[in-house]
Design a protein around this ligand. Structure first.
Ligand code: PHE
Length: 353
């Protein structure tokens, strides 16, 4: 091909070939313009054709077209080579090393309700309690009658729930697991029961589904002193405040006698726990009623015990300053990222909460 060109065009061709061969991805386009663009070397040469006699114009025109094609082809090849080299470089640089260890980024988070139940379990676990669970769907006897709440007792209305067509209920509290446990095993008993509970309630502080954690201790010579000691230790550990004021206030539950609500000290205005002169109700408790023991075949003259039930949402809201209970159940990932706990940091008493 080169042999077909006149010397001046041969010169242009050789220079262009060398420039193209060395052009970078960035400079190649400018080079193309300087050769083939409106004011480019080849274009200017083509413009001189008009001044030539017809014979010479034909031969010179063919040569210039050959030159233009050769340069165009060289530009295309160079562009393709540069693109291929860039791709090879990217593939090498961006290679994914699947053998790298996992990044310690929080992909998911432990829900604050789960976290609280884990913390409660850790605290009572250290006191020798074992975990138990029971079904969400309960029979009426376990949920009410065996707990000394006869049919037509007003306490049934206080725990209004969802009745199923077969006569079962969605359990209104975790207390039926007291019954299940006492029927299944003989004392001594020391159990903790975290779980879901249900009531026909719905507002900013009540949800139709919520969580409780029940505790039950049955043995010989168990007294109110044991109940108080356990619950004071629990609340002080949970709220990470060794001086947390705790108050026991006489109350009524059909399944305990005597019964007590447990309050902690707080400041109504600031919401600060453990400070200020106000009291906040936290949980229900009491000595297991002799009728309940007898209903489960446990002799109340031989064995005594205490029980308590904590509202998990309540203490979680207090501990973390969560104002609206409904946010617990919205599955809003932004909320969970903010209030959730790392799955890598376990709830353990040694590290403190
Ligand atoms: N079951 C009671 C409630 O849901 C709480 C409770 C449990 C009270 C055990 C005393 C003893 O309100």
């Amino acid at each position: 091909m080169t042999s077909m060109l006149s010397e001046d065009l041969e010169q242009i061709q050789a220079t262009a070939a060398a420039q193209i061969a060395h052009a970078s991805a960035e400079s190649l386009e400018a080079l193309r313009v300087s050769l083939l663009g409106k004011a480019g070397t080849v274009t200017l040469a083509l413009k001189t054709l008009g001044g030539l006699p017809p014979e010479a114009r034909k031969a010179r025109g063919a040569e210039l077209n050959t030159l233009k094609d050769t340069i165009t082809e060289a530009l295309t090849v160079r562009r393709a080579n540069l693109d291929a080299a860039a791709l090879t470089h990217r593939l090498a640089a961006e290679r994914l090393d699947v053998s790298l260890p996992a990044r310690a980024e929080m992909a998911g988070a432990i829900h604050p309700i789960s976290r609280s139940m884990e913390e409660i379990a850790a605290i009572f676990g250290a006191m020798g309690f074992t975990l138990k669970d029971g079904p969400d769907i309960e029979n009426e006897w376990n949920n009410f009658s065996a707990l000394n709440i006869p049919a037509h007792h007003p306490a049934r209305a206080m725990m209004d729930t969802f009745y199923l067509t077969g006569g079962e209920v969605l359990r209104t509290h975790t207390s039926p697991v007291q019954i299940r446990t006492m029927l299944a095993q003989s004392p001594p008993i020391r159990i903790l029961v975290p779980g879901r509970t249900f009531r026909a309630d719905h507002d900013a502080t009540h949800s139709p589904m919520f969580h409780q954690t029940e505790g039950l201790v049955i043995g010989r010579g168990i007294t109110l002193g044991h109940l108080k000691g356990c619950l004071i230790d629990f609340l002080r550990a949970f709220f990470a405040n060794p001086d947390l004021p705790v108050r026991f206030r006489a109350s009524y539950f059909p399944f305990t006698e005597p019964s007590m609500e447990v309050d902690i000290g707080w400041n109504r205005k600031t919401g600060e726990i453990g400070a200020g002169g106000d009291w906040l109700e936290i949980l229900g408790s009491g000595m297991v009623h002799p009728n309940v023991l007898a209903n489960c075949g446990v002799d109340p003259r031989e064995f005594q015990g205490f029980a308590f039930g904590v509202g998990v949402e309540r203490i979680t809201m207090l501990k973390h300053g969560i104002a609206d209970l409904r946010l617990f159940y919205e599955s809003d990932v932004r909320w969970l990222r903010h209030y959730g706990f790392s799955a890598l940091a376990q709830a353990s008493l040694h590290e403190g909460f």
